[in-house]
Design a protein around this ligand. Structure first.
Ligand SMILES: Nc1ncnc2c1ncn2[C@@H]1O[C@H](COP(=O)(O)OP(=O)(O)OP(=O)(O)O)[C@@H](O)[C@H]1O
Ligand SMILES: [Mg+2]
Length: 609
């Protein structure tokens, strides 16, 4: 219940529509009852048993409103029948019914009409907040979550919340009102019969609601399985190349069919229960109505009460209209529970505090003047320290290269300098300012990042280069591409810079993708460059092209280069050799070669290849 209440805050901006919906539903409920009551005199005229009223009743305040309205109608009808004949009375009643039915449905429509603003507005706001949160949360949050599960939360769960709010809004307002109006009318027709009904209603309500409860548990399971299912599809689509290449189709297929099989079994149960719900409740309803028919019928037949046949038939009609609202009310709890479960999943994301946030008095840093310093930093992703007491200084205008075996923590340094993660101990400073004291935006404005795997989007080449620098014009984009050695191949494409590069840029070669990522960083033109060179083996030709692109880019900039191909960094001002999160050697290329240590070994190994 708690989560459901919390998620309702998203409905708050639209409460005017909720109010209007309630108002229209009140009218709907009134006309709903009237639409049945109006048939009573019709039947009376047909049966010739309509009560005749020859004196116009007097209005005596709200207390006798119902008697007054009924009396006036009967008075009018009696006159009409006496003057123009029973057919005229019938015509009058028919016209009145049409009007009442029209109004009833008009209000029903209006209620749904205003509701549409509430529904769409709320869904829209929740989805936007979820997306904003996705952008705001640190990268660490997502390495622990399945993408498909997040997708399910953003789509299915939001839909579920919408449905449960809509259903409860109806069940909390419209249905109880209908029941109250109907009951009042029923009481005024026959107290005895209504008391009899009161014994029957709770019994049937109980039976109907117990089916609902069983449904709940199963639906929740189905929702969870849906998340697994979506994750799997997402993973398959991204990994299609590897799956095919390794002939792993049967394996993934088996996993997939396992998930769909589970989903199927759960859904079959849900549908079977759901399938049982309607027939059973109709049968229950009919059984109750027939009991009423028996008891009320005997009241009419034995003349024990003043109940007329037309009133009795109207009464049955009224009773029948009460059954659906009762059903809706008994399932409201189930609906809220379902919404609550989804709300919990959505709120789990919305309420996750971002650990990497700007301090209230965070500094705006516009220039980079002196150096980047990593002072005695230690860092762990999970339990084990990946960097231990690591120190490094990168002076302005210099190129520092990080080399070392795979897993030694090179990419981690890039993650820390850009503040995708915060250090556990020590500090990273830029011109003496701790990165945690800077505004994230201004920190990242100072840096250009080329990640280890080129991250490109399903868009045109131009838009991929312009990511984050949307104001750049055509010449600037072209210049950046020239520096990145990318212009040559872009020019050759049929649509040039307007070519769509496909999902994750898969229509391009590995080297082309890298050069696009480089062009993106060049266009941003930041004072600090962080390059995480890709490991993917490029052929010598594209390696030379990428190499040239990197050299162009590093000119006149401060760079931290993570290099796998040592040829890239021979001219670096400082080469740092890392091993298991610590520095084992540092110096220029020549110094390290003379030293004849770890670096020399690495170089020798690469020359062999
Ligand atoms: N998101 C993460 N969660 C937990 N552990 C991680 C995460 N990312 C990296 N690690 C671990 O941190 C260590 C250092 O990883 P890092 O990516 O910095 O290595 P690297 O030097 O860049 O290696 P490579 O040359 O292969 O790119 C590795 O042991 C890795 O298993
Ligand atoms: Mg790496």
């Amino acid at each position: 219940m708690n989560y459901f209440k919390k998620i309702l805050q998203f409905a708050r901006p639209y409460k005017m529509y909720a109010g209007l919906n309630i108002l229209f539903n009140i009218f709907y409920a009134i006309f709903n009852v009237l639409s049945i009551v109006i048939f009573i005199p019709t039947l009376g005229i047909l049966f010739g048993t309509q009560e005749e009223v020859h004196e116009k009743p007097a209005y005596q305040g709200i207390g006798n409103l119902q008697e007054y309205v009924e009396g006036s109608l009967n008075f009018f009808l009696t006159q009409k029948v006496e003057v123009d004949g029973p057919t005229a009375g019938l015509v009058f009643i028919c016209i009145a019914s049409i009007i009442i039915f029209f109004l009833k449905n008009l209000f029903r429509y209006l209620a749904l009409y205003v509701l549409s603003f509430l529904r769409t507005g709320m869904v829209n706001d929740i989805q936007n907040s979820l997306y904003d949160k996705t952008l705001a949360l640190p990268i660490s949050f997502f390495s622990e979550k399945r993408k498909g599960d997040l997708l399910a939360r953003m789509t299915t769960d939001v839909k579920e919340i919408e449905m449960s709010i809509i259903n409860s809004l109806e069940a909390i307002v419209r249905e109880p009102l209908t029941i109250i109006f109907v009951l009042i009318t029923m009481f005024s027709i026959s107290t005895r019969l209504t008391l009899f009904v009161f014994i029957l209603l709770p019994i049937s309500g109980f039976i109907i609601s117990s089916i609902g409860k069983r449904l709940k548990a199963q639906s929740l399971k189905a929702q969870k399985e849906n998340g697994v299912f979506l994750s799997f599809i997402e993973e398959t689509l991204t990994g299609l190349r590897v799956i095919k290449g390794f002939n792993a189709e049967p394996e993934v297929r088996e996993k997939f069919t396992e998930s769909t099989g589970r989903f199927r079994r759960i859904m079959a149960k849900v549908l079977q229960r759901k399938g049982l719900a309607s027939p059973l409740s109709e049968f229950m309803g009919v059984a109750v109505v027939i009991s009423v028919l028996w008891y009320g019928g005997s009241l009419v037949l034995t003349n024990e009460s003043t109940l007329t046949p037309q009133e009795f038939i109207g009464y049955i009609g009224l009773f029948y209209t009460i059954i659906n609202p009762v059903k809706a009310i008994t399932t409201v709890n189930y609906n809220i529970q379902k919404g609550n479960a989804s709300a919990e999943r959505v709120l789990e994301i919305l309420e996750t505090e971002s650990t990497i946030v700007d301090k209230p008095n965070a500094l705006e840093k516009e220039h980079f003047d002196e150096n980047i310093k990593l002072e005695n930093i230690s860092f762990k992703y999970e339990d084990e320290y990946v960097l231990k007491d690591f120190s490094l200084e990168v002076p302005k205008g210099k190129t520092v290269a990080l080399v070392g075996q795979s897993g030694s923590g090179k990419s981690t340094i890039a993650n820390l300098v850009t503040r995708f993660y915060d250090v556990n101990e020590g500090s990273i400073t830029i011109d003496g300012n701790d990165v945690r004291d800077l505004k994230k935006k201004s920190l990242r404005d100072l840096m250009g990042i080329v990640t280890q795997d080129s991250i490109l989007f399903n868009d045109t080449i131009e838009n991929n280069i312009k990511l984050g620098t949307t104001t750049a014009n055509e010449t600037e984009v072209k210049d950046a591409a020239l520096i990145a050695n990318a212009h040559e191949f872009i020019k050759e494409l049929p649509e040039g810079y307007d070519t769509n590069i496909g999902d994750s840029g898969n229509k391009l070669s590995g080297g082309q993708k890298q050069r696009l990522s480089i062009a993106r960083a060049v266009l941003k033109n930041p004072p600090i460059m962080i390059l995480d060179e890709a490991t993917s083996a490029l052929d010598t030709e594209s390696e030379r092209l990428v190499q040239k692109a990197l050299e162009n880019m590093m000119k006149n900039r401060t760079s931290i280069v993570i290099a796998h191909r040592l040829s890239t960094i021979q001219n670096a001002d400082l080469i740092v050799v890392m091993q298991k999160g610590q520095i084992v050697e540092q110096g220029t290329h020549d110094e390290l070669i003379t030293k004849n240590g770890a670096y020399k070994k690495l170089v020798e190994m690469q020359s062999f290849e």
